[in-house]
Write a protein that binds this ligand. Structure first.
Ligand code: SAH
Length: 241
């Protein structure tokens, strides 16, 4: 296993240096630690492994899904303002890579002296059966099976069994936060999602207020696959991926 990992050492270090230089990756701290710990090559299809450490999204076979570019995965960690102990719901497990990064932040591995109460959990829902199996296998191999639960189903309905959530992330673009997800978010919690704007998508944070309303913040422009399911994307525009 170790020799297999070292095969990617040089490319990993180059990517880390590049993301630091461009200002995406902090020089130290929990986001840096999470990014360095999660082996991205364990989360991409075999045919894509040579490109695992290129700062680009990669296709997950012909499913239409992609594993986001590393810089986007890092930005998402920043947007979510994660803390150890958080209970997080992700809609769109895909490869399981983003879920593993989040798991490293809500329940950091190894040498830390964290107590059990400070170990959070990630629930990630995936609608595509092939990707459910893929994400589960990747997370298990990379050592995240006890910190991430992969659920098959329509993520726009959420996962009430483990609600309420401190943070909710959607990695597919919709029109607005699906009502069941707003319901399952804690007051003061953040829901982060790409929102279709017609000609582009805006990454937005929605913070749940004590009266149940959402306060929104525009973060950046992005390009994610469409959100399927009951409260998925309704658009006249066709996205080509
Ligand atoms: N976060 C992933 C990237 C996901 S791409 C990673 O780190 O690799 C977006 C994913 O959302 C796709 O796998 C797609 O199948 C899934 N998806 C789209 N609509 C969904 C829905 N309603 N419920 C659950 N998953 C959904």
């Amino acid at each position: 296993m170790a020799s297999e990992h070292s095969e990617y050492e040089e490319e990993r270090n180059e990517l880390i240096a590049r993301l630091k230089r461009l200002g995406y990756l902090p020089k130290s701290g929990p986001i840096y630690d999470a990014f360095v710990k999660v082996p991205r090559h364990e989360f991409v299809p075999l045919s894509e492994r040579p490109f695992a450490y290129v700062d680009h999204p990669l296709p997950l076979w012909d499913t239409g899904a992609t594993i986001s570019a590393p810089h986007m995965c890092v930005l998402i960690l920043e947007y979510l303002q994660l803390e150890a102990g958080h209970i997080v719901l992700e809609v769109g497990a895909g490869s399981g890579y983003q879920a593993a990064l989040i798991a490293e932040m809500v329940c950091p591995s190894s040498e830390s002296s964290l107590t059990e109460e400070l170990c959070g959990h990630v629930y990630t829902i995936e609608i595509h059966p092939q990707l459910v199996e893929f994400a589960r296998g990747n997370l298990e191999r990379a050592g995240y099976a006890d910190r991430v639960t992969v659920i098959q189903g329509d993520g726009t309905l959420g996962y009430p069994e483990a609600a309420p959530y401190d943070r909710i992330l959607l990695t597919a673009a919709g029109n607005a936060p699906p009502p069941p997800l707003v319901e399952q978010l804690k007051v003061g919690g953040i829901l982060c999602m790409p929102v279709d704007q017609g000609s582009y998508q805006a990454m937005m944070n929605f913070v749940k207020q004590s009266d149940g309303t959402l306060k929104k913040e525009h973060l950046t422009e992005v390009m994610f696959v469409p959100l399927r399911g009951k409260f998925g994307l309704v658009s006249k525009k066709r996205w080509f991926f």
